[in-house]
Design a binder for this molecule. Structure first.
Ligand SMILES: CC(C)[C@H](C(=O)O)[C@@H](O)C(=O)O
Ligand code: SF4
Length: 472
């Protein structure tokens, strides 16, 4: 290895290289393979080839996408195809011998909440999963990315993966975040700044004082939505926040092995002078609580702002695109965001379904009532988050305010098992994708942070949570 200063990404990449192919692809060793209940086709590929899994001990699974959040009994899944997804994961776990945190396991949950929570996701690892939001785990200083179904089969069979080396991007966020501004607002602001294709082909390292100041939950939210900027992965250098979060978790080393791991993890940070292919600077103080108005995560503005006017678009193409989004969203140019009424509220997902998110939402819901005509759901990101919230009495706060308190899973983020809105309904959602029809045919989604979603629930319209806080 040369003495050139290296980025954190390069250090992790170098340590996992098995061999290089002439066409520029690298074979990487995979430390952790996470599976969810959409993985059945990959096991079918193995069966067809007569292969067995290479390293079941490095593989961990949990049902999340296709399990409804009003029951824990797979037999009660109404759609036979979805039921089969969940049941086949159980059969494959039994046949191949990998760990399954099933429906009756206190560790079940959304795979991207469960990995960090159980200490399966650790600094310096390569972590893959057949799911785009695998970028989440990079918050711990891992190189974590989503892979396709044939790649899942390849990892199951070999524990290795061919990849082309991505480019690197450093996003520095310096300064202090304002009142009511969360990691969700930071990432929506980043995506609005660089665009949904802004980081295509890159691995982003988030750095700067505002990132250092984020909790682990906040960093997980930041890296989670990195994929919505087109990036391959997002990473944050491990520090005291990371170590404090990991220490004592189920799969984390203890005693002398812990000390050795921490020493190794400290050396992962990008070397001074390491070069990135692209550098972006963001002023933390310029970030407001942010809400999307369109049908792509980049169409986001400050909550105290107005719906943009297509007349101001820089090109005819963009003007037409904006107009189409406004038509779908049922919004008018120049309309105040804070005047837009909502029908439903969804608090949950791998972006914002962690304990800190539920605490923030409960802080707003406490002593208030869900507005008449609004249906509001809280769906914990994992069974462990649910138990913790219940131990803190958050479920009572939500229920007393009129929110539904559900079992852990992807739920309305993905919209399976009828956990969707009705056509034309508007949802304030803490999830990560506001694509057309994502939360049901004709449904309009506004992405925002958990406190703002709770504020929308109790006022019945999009609300600047800072105003609600001032009002007491
Ligand atoms: C179903 C799954 C493969 C998909 C993904 O890859 O992201 C889902 O999690 C999503 O959020 O749309
Ligand atoms: S919560 Fe949503 S984004 Fe996350 S894995 Fe599930 S469906 Fe995908």
């Amino acid at each position: 290895m040369s003495d050139e200063p290296r980025t954190m990404f390069e250090k992790v990449w170098d340590r996992h290289r098995v061999l290089e192919r002439e066409d520029g692809q690298t074979l990487l060793y995979v430390d952790r393979h996470l599976l969810h209940d959409g993985t059945a086709p990959a096991f079918e590929m193995l069966r067809v080839r007569g292969q067995k899994m290479r390293a079941p001990g490095r593989t961990f699974a949990t049902p999340d996408h296709y399990m409804p959040t009003n029951t824990r009994i797979a037999a009660e899944i109404p759609d036979p195809a979805l039921r089969e997804m969940v049941l086949s994961l159980e059969r494959n776990a039994a046949a191949e011998g990998f760990a399954l945190y099933g429906l009756d396991d206190p560790r079940q949950g959304i795979v991207h909440v469960v990995g960090p929570e159980l200490g399966l996701s650790q600094p310096g690892m390569i972590i893959v999963c057949g799911d785009s939001h695998t970028s989440t785990h990079g918050a711990l200083g891992a190189l974590a990315f989503g892979i396709g179904m044939t790649e899942v089969a390849h990892v199951l069979a070999t524990q290795c993966l061919w990849q082309r080396k991505p480019k690197t991007m450093r996003i520095g966020i310096e300064g202090a975040l304002g009142a009511g501004v969360t990691a969700k607002d930071v990432i929506l602001h980043v995506i609005a700044t660089i665009g949904t294709a802004g980081a295509t082909g890159h691995v982003i390292e988030y750095a700067g004082s505002a990132v250092r100041g984020l909790s682990m939950e906040g960093r997980l939210t930041l890296c989670n939505m990195t994929i919505e900027a087109g990036a391959r992965a997002g990473m944050v250098a491990p520090d005291e926040t990371t170590f404090g979060f990991l220490e004592g978790r189920e799969n984390v080393p203890t005693g002398a092995a812990w000390d050795a791991a921490v020493a190794r993890w400290r050396s992962l940070a990008s070397d001074p002078g390491a070069l990135f292919d692209r550098v972006v600077e963001i002023d933390a103080a310029a970030i407001a609580p942010t809400v999307t108005w369109g049908t792509s995560p980049q169409e986001a503005v400050a909550v105290d702002g107005r719906v943009p006017d297509p007349a101001t678009a820089p090109s005819a193409g963009r003007r037409a695109e904006m107009q189409e989004m406004l038509d779908y969203m049922g919004l008018s140019p120049g309309q105040l965001l804070a005047e837009v009424a909502v029908d439903r509220v969804f608090i949950g997902s791998c972006t914002n379904g962690r304990i800190e998110d539920l605490r923030a939402a409960a802080g707003v819901a406490r002593g208030r009532q869900v507005a008449a005509g609004v249906t509001a759901w809280v769906v914990p990101g994992s069974a462990q988050v649910k138990r913790q919230a219940e131990a803190e009495g958050l479920d009572r706060i939500f229920r007393d305010a009129g929110f539904a308190w559900r079992e852990a899973g992807c739920s309305m983020c993905l919209g399976t098992n009828g956990e969707i809105g009705a056509p034309g309904e508007r949802i304030a959602s803490t999830s990560n994708r506001n694509f057309r029809g994502r939360q049901g045919p004709g449904v309009r989604t506004h992405l925002m942070n958990p406190a703002m979603a709770a504020a929308a629930a109790v006022t019945g319209h999009i609300t600047d949570v800072r105003r609600l806080m001032e009002a007491g």
